[in-house]
Ligand binder design. Structure first.
Ligand SMILES: Cc1cc2nc3c(=O)[nH]c(=O)nc-3n(C[C@H](O)[C@H](O)[C@H](O)COP(=O)(O)OP(=O)(O)OC[C@H]3O[C@@H](n4cnc5c(N)ncnc54)[C@H](O)[C@@H]3O)c2cc1C
Length: 388
């Protein structure tokens, strides 16, 4: 039984490792378009960009695990009937296929050489080399990547302006009140934040806003989101959802018994949240990989996680467990923890610098526990004690 995994990022690597951990002894190939040894992405916008770490390579001995790395090799198309992947270095057959191609950053047209994306190791190292004290940096997008890039650029002594088209930072990801709260973090760090400001163009030395303003910029960082990287599946019959993610089923199968999809490239139905989820966060790539490995080996595990992510920005650790629905009942627990309840059960928790609340909230969500909202609102009582 040969397993081929396309995509050597977190989801692909963890699937390969989990297969070995779960006892698979057959042929295992990890195909990755990037030429570098597989690496972890979160440090790219943190320690690697700051220069505190040279790289974020996974400390995994692929040889010892018998995982064949085919790096610098891109899958170009898939013949699912013939179970063959066409790559830029010849065809590859499989018995089980794992789709783990992640997401590609959304970019702006006509970017000059002074503009950078922040998705890959190459991106991070190139950007790092361009950030010096006094460099005028314009960050396009005040989402997770934009906020983290701005944090590091300020730490490196750059002059930073962040431009966001929406009315507040983190719009789309978190409720407006929370995004508004982070405004003060930008100010305290000495970063200028311009919201409701759309970028019309980027040229060498400047960023033009659609309202006519022009911002001088030695360096531009574009952090405006990412889309599932699935174009190579066109015509393969593998189902995609309306956002281009592979439409996996509850066991992460992708339209065929022998094909699975995991990580940023996929969406899956969540019975817990009553809808299809596409989760572009690290923990999803880790947890989903374990389920895929088990199901390749004959299991029938259902994947229905409590999604989790963190972001380190402006000296704060923001963490979210669950899926926030702004229409759910909101309970504030002091200044730094917000809970969302539905029918008395905890559905999501957001914390700032409160890892214990996050950990306890995550367990309560996972357990589907009923919550006493009065106790939950009292930061003097441990959150776990609010479960009834
Ligand atoms: C800068 C940065 C910081 C982040 N920080 C955080 C954080 O703080 N917290 C958090 O929860 N999440 C964070 N994330 C998100 C997290 O890293 C991703 O959710 C995770 O990497 C997804 O893993 P993946 O394997 O699905 O995709 P990826 O990591 O994108 O890996 C997919 C791999 O597939 C390869 N590939 C694509 N197409 C092909 C093809 N046709 N053939 C062969 N190979 C292909 C790509 O080159 C890539 O290497 C961050 C992401 C970035 C970019």
């Amino acid at each position: 039984m040969a397993v081929v995994i396309v995509g050597a990022g977190m989801a692909g690597v963890q699937t390969a490792v989990a297969l070995r951990e779960q006892g698979y002894t057959g042929s295992l190939t990890l195909l990755g378009a990037e030429p570098h040894p597989p690496y972890d992405r979160p440090p790219l916008s943190k320690d690697v960009l700051l220069g505190r770490a040279e790289h974020s390579r996974f400390e995994i001995d692929f040889d010892e695990l018998g995982i064949g790395l085919a790096l610098g090799r891109r899958a170009l198309s898939l013949d699912a009937e013939a179970r063959t992947i066409r790559t830029d270095a010849g065809d590859l057959g499989y018995e089980h296929l794992v789709l783990a191609t992640g997401a590609a950053p959304i970019t702006l047209p006509g970017l000059p050489a002074s503009a950078f994306l922040l998705r890959t190791q190459d991106d991070a190292l190139a950007l790092r080399a361009a950030l010096r004290p006094g460099t005028r940096v314009v960050v396009v997008g005040a989402g997770w990547i934009g906020a983290e890039a701005a944090t590091v650029a300020r730490q490196l002594g750059c002059e930073v302006t962040v431009v966001e088209a929406a009315g507040s930072p983190l719009a789309g990801a978190l409720p407006t009140e929370f995004g508004e709260r982070t405004r003060a973090w930008y100010a305290a760090a000495g970063a200028r934040l311009l919201t409701a400001s759309a970028v019309g163009g980027v040229t060498t030395g400047s960023v033009q806003l659609t309202d006519g303003r022009e911002l001088p910029a030695d360096v531009v960082v574009v952090g405006i989101g990412a889309r599932p990287d699935n174009a190579w599946l066109a015509g393969s019959g593998i189902p995609l959802d309306d956002r281009g993610a592979v439409r996996a089923d509850a066991r992460l199968r992708a339209g065929r018994d022998e094909v699975f999809a995991v990580g940023d490239c996929a969406s899956f139905p969540s019975a817990r949240y009553g809808r299809r989820l596409a989760v572009h966060h690290w923990d999803n790539a880790l947890q989903g990989a374990r389920v895929v490995a088990a199901n390749i080996l004959g299991g029938e595990l259902v994947y229905d996680p409590v999604p989790y992510f963190w972001s380190e920005q402006f000296d704060h650790m923001v963490q979210v467990a669950g899926v926030i629905d702004p229409a759910a009942e909101q309970v504030a627990r002091g200044e730094d923890t917000v809970l969302w309840l539905r029918k008395g059960r905890l559905e999501a928790v957001l914390t700032v610098d409160k890892p214990r609340d996050l950990a306890q909230g995550r367990k309560l969500i996972d357990a589907g526990a009923l919550i006493d909202p009065t106790k939950a609102a009292d930061p003097g009582i441990q959150l776990k004690a609010a479960g009834v």
